[in-house]
Each structure stands twice: as structure tokens, then as C-alpha cells.
Design a protein around this ligand. Structure first.
Ligand code: ATP
Ligand code: MG
Length: 582
């Protein structure tokens, strides 16, 4: 196919859009791929739509190849199925809710577990029907709190979502692995660099779940990786290696010290080191008790929770949230302190917590036999050598302390370094939550019902266009990998005379004949404008038909490397076919 720039619905921009924070957003707008319609709402112009369709095609091919079957649901959905699973409310403000003319409640689908479960229940009844994997590539709606970076985080976006239905756990694992393999093929074909991170810690009791994160400095997700092994994980999923328990017998007795003016860890450490206690203290020797409150789903009442972490670390709120989910968690307010006068701000210790029945969870480093400096539950007082397992017994451990570069890798090999990424895919062993909500059963060989177990798997199709742009661009513009480029070859007719124009047209026709897609710059613009646009648009191979034609050559330029080669015009078509088919 030949796309002529003279008539293409495309206007490139010389200036960056004012609202663009990241390169992909800036370039996709400047190169005329997308245009903003509303916060988190973008239209796809011809070149953008071609890239989007290419991504979609690769996703579809690999889904079909693994045996998944494509179906399509409406985006406009009735409330009832989402009411049945509690997600009508659980989704909170992220859900677009609306009413029809009869005042019935509807929503715009953010993800479709309910509908897939109901549909399978409607069609299948026997164990012989299973397993089955269904998918769709469909527009999703989420009223994101912070739509961001153009199509990276939209409120309307294209997602591939698939769902597996199996009779038993082994089947679910198999369906999960099929997806994992297909995702690797998809992201490899798209040419992105990514890591697979475990998304949930075992402590949460969740079943297997992994995220595919495209590496990008501009990413919103932070993850850590080991310097020495392939270990990579979301910060929320990092499990702190616990040191071995120690004997409590040889530890000095706990002593309360008057420590005036030491409300912070820093002032406390300075005070202790100046107090002549015969050893040096660091912030890591102190135990900081951070007060929060949690609320279980469906409950009105908040419960106090004390989180004990080594004083050299902050509580990471996202880790804390992940650790207590599905409960909500919030910081204590003044009123909470006022209602619980045993909490002496700045001097909270394990004693008062335990005497007053406050749930007390500590960092995994607080093992039996470790001695701590912590609050003595009295203003201006701390206790030194309070020994875990002897002087206090926490209710359990919690992964809430920040993870830092240099921490040991949970797999015991190397240390952790921090990196940033953008989530492009998520695979998740759901289990029976949705099957339970809808009583999705298969009749077994023994005529007994078998509760189906599900997996759910997503890929951000439209987000991937931005992710590829994020990973593949330079100061002049976009640089598409061949697999998704809006054209195979971009021919620039650089010159006004008829011979040059005819030469460009002829080459375009030959390439078209050979099955290549050609973007032909046949405009009357100056060569300078055309070259700049070619760089901006980012087709991986640019052919300049210009002055050289008189001596029988055209110039072939590699957009990524900038490398230029002169090719005899008679060989140009076969050269380009070979190049693009490589
Ligand atoms: P995120 O943490 O980025 O909000 P999520 O956990 O909400 O993602 P899922 O519900 O697992 O994402 O959705 C599956 C995939 O859809 C994600 O991996 C991501 O690639 C894509 N996606 C999710 N939200 C958006 C959005 N607002 N805009 C574009 N793509 C999105
Ligand atoms: Mg989200």
C-alpha cells in the first residue's frame, strides 16, 4: 500500500505540546499520531491507528496461537453482575457509572471478570467442556485519579483481557503458564525491554500473580532487581530476609533512660552516643512504632495498628497498603491520639501497646533475641535493650518498611537496586472468587458439581504504543521497531524536477507491488521540511530519492543508527524488500 503524504490526514507540529511530561506523549502528539480530546481521552489519527493496529495484531496472533478464543462484550454494562461481586462499590471513584432513560444503573467496563464468568456459566455445564480460555481486545473505561502522559494512562484505553476457566488448580497453573509464555512472545516481538516481577508477596496469601514491566525512567512503578540473580519484584512484593533468632540469655536487662528533647530518631541517637553507655548506637538500633488504623472491608470501625520498624527506615505506605489489603489503612489523626491517651507521641513503646490490646506487627528484622532502643511510653523517656521475645512479643510481622538499594536480595544472591517501569501486562491466578459469586460449576464425571477456578490476564494495548515510543526515540523523533511501524519504508522525494518525482513514484510502485507498505512524501514542501518530518514520524527505513538519481542512485537511511548507504536505483526495490523482511 502507498500512503501519500500530499493527501495524508497529518499535520506535524514543530513545538512540543504544553501538557506533555514524557517523551512518548510529546512525540506522538508532535508527529501527528494522537490528539487529545479530554483528560485521558485521545483520538488516533491515521499513522497512530496503524501502529495501534499492528500492536493489536501481534497480541491477537499470539493469543490465537495459544488456543484462546476471541469474543467481544459491550463496554456498556448493567450494574447487577458487578453488584454481585461487590465491585460496583469496591471500585470507588475509578468506575464510570451512568443511568439510562429508565433510571437503571449502568457502568462502563473497567475489566470484565463478571461478564466472562456469567457467559461461561450460560454456555457450559459439563466437566468435558473445560478448560477454556476466552479473550477480547476492547475499550476499557476507568476514571483514573491522575490520567497521565497521554495514552500511557488514559481514562479510555484499549486492553486485551483474557480469562481462563479450569476444573482444578493444576489446570489453572497450566493456563497461567500458557499466558506467561504468550506474553513473553508478544513483548519480544514488540521489541520492548521488560522484566517480569512478582506482584504479590506470599505473605498476602494471594495466589501467583506477575506483572510485565517495561523499563522506563518515566514509569510510575518502581521495582527492584538483584545485582547478581534474575530476581526482580515489585517493591510491594519484596519479602525481607529475616536474620536468625538469637539467644535472649546473654542480653543485658532493659533500662529506662531519661532522654530529654529526643522526639526524632536523629536526636535520640545523638543523645545515646553522648550518654556514655559504653557502645555506639545507630538509627538501625532503634525501633520506631508508627501508629496507623485499619478497617476491614464492609466494616465501619477502624482498629488501631502499631507498625514497628527499625529507626533507620521509613514506613513505605504502598507496602503497608499491600500488606493489609483488602483492609483500608490510614494514618492516625489528632483525634485518635486524644481518644487513646496511652499513646505518648514520639515515645510509643511495645509495653503500652500490648497492655492496651493494640495489635502490634513488626518488621521481619525484629526477631527473637534482638535488642532495641524504643519508646518507654512516657514523655522524654526511652528504654534501651528491650529484647524481642523476652521483654515484648509482637503479634506478628509485617512487610511495611521501605526497601532500599543495597538491601540483600530475597533470593539470597546479590543486593537490590531500584528501577522504574511501566506495567504493560499482568497475569493473575484469580482462583474461585468470581466462580463463587456466580456459582460457576461444571458437572463432574461422578455427577457432583466442580467449582471452576479462573485466571485473568491483561495487556495494555494502547499503552504499549506509548511504551514503545518511550523506549525507542531520539532527539529528532520516533524510531519504530519494524514490527509496529506505520509503514515499511518512508520515501522522501527530495527535488522538484520531474525525473526525481517519477523516480520516487516508480520505486514506491515497485515496493507496493512487492507487498511493502510505503509512506511516500510527494508533497511540494522543501527537502529540509520533509527530512525533519521523516525523522519525526519514525519509519525505520527512509529512502531519499533526489539529486543522486541523475547518477543512478538513491540513499537508504537507517532511522535508528543514522547510517546511510547509496543503492543503485535499479536494485533499490530488491534491496529494500530484503532489508524489511529480515
Ligand atoms: P496500573 O497499575 O498501571 O493502573 P492496573 O494494575 O490497574 O495498572 P490491570 O487492571 O491489571 O492494570 O490492567 C491490565 C493492563 O491494562 C495493565 O497491565 C496496563 O498495561 C493496562 N492499563 C491499566 N490501566 C490503564 C490506563 N489507565 N491506561 C492505559 N492502559 C492501562
Ligand atoms: Mg490501575
Amino acid at each position: 500500500m502507498i500512503t501519500r503524504m500530499s493527501s495524508l490526514f497529518l499535520r506535524t507540529l514543530r513545538e512540543d505540546p504544553a501538557d506533555a511530561e514524557v517523551p512518548s506523549h510529546r512525540l506522538l502528539v508532535r508527529a501527528g499520531y494522537v490528539r487529545r480530546v479530554a483528560p485521558g481521552g485521545y483520538s488516533w489519527l491515521p499513522l497512530g491507528l496503524k501502529v495501534l493496529r499492528n500492536v493489536e495484531r501481534i497480541v491477537r496472533e499470539e493469543m490465537d496461537a495459544m488456543g484462546a478464543q476471541e469474543i467481544q462484550f459491550p463496554a456498556l454494562l448493567p450494574r447487577e453482575p458487578y453488584e454481585a461481586t461487590g465491585r460496583w462499590t469496591e471500585y470507588g471513584d475509578n468506575l464510570f457509572r451512568l443511568k439510562d432513560r429508565k433510571k437503571a444503573d449502568y457502568l462502563l467496563g473497567p475489566t470484565h471478570e463478571e461478564l466472562f464468568a456469567l457467559t461461561v456459566k450460560g454456555e457450559y455445564s459439563s466437566y468435558k467442556d473445560y478448560p477454556v480460555i476466552l479473550y477480547q481486545i476492547q475499550t476499557k473505561y476507568r476514571d483514573e485519579a491522575r490520567p497521565r502522559a497521554g495514552i500511557l494512562r488514559g481514562r479510555e484505553f484499549l486492553m486485551k483481557d483474557s480469562y481462563s476457566f479450569d476444573l482444578d488448580d493444576a489446570g489453572l497453573v497450566n493456563s497461567y503458564n500458557l499466558h506467561r509464555d504468550a506474553y513473553i512472545k508478544i513483548f519480544d516481538r514488540l521489541g520492548i525491554s521488560y522484566v517480569i516481577v512478582s506482584a504479590m508477596s506470599g505473605a498476602m496469601g494471594g495466589s501467583a500473580s506477575e506483572e510485565f514491566l517495561a523499563e522506563a525512567e518515566t514509569g510510575e512503578d518502581t521495582f527492584v532487581r538483584s545485582t547478581e540473580s534474575g530476581f526482580a519484584a515489585n517493591v510491594e512484593a519484596v519479602v525481607t530476609p529475616a536474620p536468625p533468632a538469637q539467644s535472649t540469655a546473654d542480653k543485658p536487662a532493659a533500662q529506662v533512660h531519661h532522654t530529654p528533647d529526643t522526639p526524632t530518631i536523629e536526636t535520640l541517637v545523638d543523645f545515646l552516643n553522648a550518654a556514655g553507655l559504653g557502645r555506639t548506637f545507630t538509627a538501625a538500633d532503634t525501633l520506631k512504632n508508627v501508629m496507623v488504623k485499619t478497617r476491614a472491608p464492609g466494616e465501619d470501625k477502624w482498629q488501631l495498628l502499631a507498625v514497628g520498624v527499625p529507626g533507620d527506615r521509613e514506613v513505605d505506605f504502598k507496602r503497608l497498603e499491600a500488606a493489609v489489603t483488602p483492609a483500608d489503612v490510614a494514618i492516625l489523626e489528632e483525634a485518635d491520639f486524644a481518644a487513646n491517651p496511652f499513646l505518648v507521641k514520639g515515645y510509643i513503646g511495645p509495653k503500652a501497646l500490648q497492655n492496651n490490646g493494640v495489635r502490634y506487627l513488626v518488621d521481619p528484622r525484629v526477631v527473637t533475641g534482638t535488642a532495641w532502643v524504643t519508646g518507654a511510653d512516657k514523655a522524654d523517656h526511652h528504654v534501651v535493650d528491650l529484647v524481642a521475645g523476652r521483654d515484648f512479643t509482637p503479634d506478628g510481622t509485617i512487610e511495611a518498611a521501605e526497601v532500599r538499594a543495597g538491601d540483600p536480595s530475597p533470593d539470597g544472591r546479590g543486593t537490590l537496586v531500584a528501577a522504574r517501569g511501566i506495567e504493560v501486562g499482568h497475569i493473575f491466578q484469580l482462583g474461585r472468587k468470581y466462580a463463587d459469586a456466580f456459582a460457576l460449576d461444571a458437572l463432574g464425571a461422578d455427577s457432583k458439581p466442580i467449582r471452576i477456578t479462573m485466571g485473568s490476564y491483561g495487556i495494555g494495548v494502547s499503552r504499549l504504543v506509548a511504551v514503545i515510543a518511550e523506549q525507542s526515540h531520539d532527539e529528532h523523533g520516533l524510531v519504530w521497531p519494524r514490527a509496529v511501524s506505520p509503514a515499511d519504508v518512508h520515501i522522501v522525494i527530495a527535488g522538484k524536477d520531474d525525473a526525481v518525482r517519477a523516480g520516487g513514484e516508480r520505486l514506491a510502485a515497485e515496493l507496493d507491488e512487492a507487498g511493502l507498505s510505503v509512506l511516500l512524501d510527494d508533497r511540494t514542501a522543501t527537502p529540509g521540511v520533509k527530512f525533519a518530518d521523516a525523522e519525526l514520524v519514525g519509519v525505520p527505513t527512509i529512502v531519499v530519492v533526489g539529486r543522486g538519481l541523475a547518477s543512478g542512485v538513491v540513499e537508504v537511511k537507517d532511522r535508528a543508527t543514522g547510517e546511510r548507504t547509496e543503492v543503485a536505483v535499479d536494485d533499490a526495490a530488491s534491496h529494500l524488500v530484503a532489508l524489511t523482511r529480515r
